[in-house]
Design a protein around this ligand. Sequence first.
Ligand code: FPP
Length: 245
Amino acid sequence: MIQKEQLNSNIPRHIAIIMDGNGRWAKKQGLFRAIGHENGAKGVQEAVEACTELGVKYLTLYAFSTENWNRPKREVDALMKLLVKSLKKEISSLQKNNIRLNAVGNLDALPEKVKKELLYVIEETKSNNEITVTLALSYGSREELIKTIQDISIKVKNNLISPHLINETVINEHLYTKNLPDVDLLIRTSGEQRISNFLLWQIAYAELYFTKVLWPDFKKTDLFEAILNYQQRERRFGKTSEQLS
Ligand code: FPP
């Protein structure tokens, strides 16, 4: 088991996680999928704690994609209920540990109760600065990019921005993630090796880490292992090894 003492000081500033495998975890034990999600919520707590201990400043979690709306109503309802329950339960711990909650995605598509609770916790924790935990909810990267292009086009039409001045900074400022730095490390659990419409722009130079561990089984030591692996990589950002040294 990897201990945090084995890590060096090169801690990723921004970690993003595709928390996959809740359904399979439940099925393996003959339980309803919703129970898998409930245990997945415990995994969220574990990941936030581990990141706080290490000094990770941004953690972004794919909690519900635009495509997840197509799941059976019963499962969608259970996930929405779990979100409200978790937000209510965790607010005091977020305050105590100086954690800022943030959300990205089409939040207007969420049920009123979820949106209200979410916005309340975001507002209440907005001055916390130990770590920013961002929930991607009703989030899809293509939807985000379409919205970004629409918003910039309107500004061009109204002569607020000139087309040749559109650059990476302008695009970053129009994304849901406008207040977040680029992702350094993207983790996906459960053995699947794909991105599933998550942060396509923001992971341009992220290191990718895939593990077979199902999300409800993902413990602190699994996160330490992912970071140890990250620390063994050479991030060249298009340069040569020689240039870096
Ligand atoms: C993917 O597993 C997981 C989800 C679609 C939901 C993620 C939600 C949580 C971890 C819990 C709630 C979160 C918070 C922030 C309290 P899957 O259902 O696709 O698993 P499968 O691929 O094995 O079916």
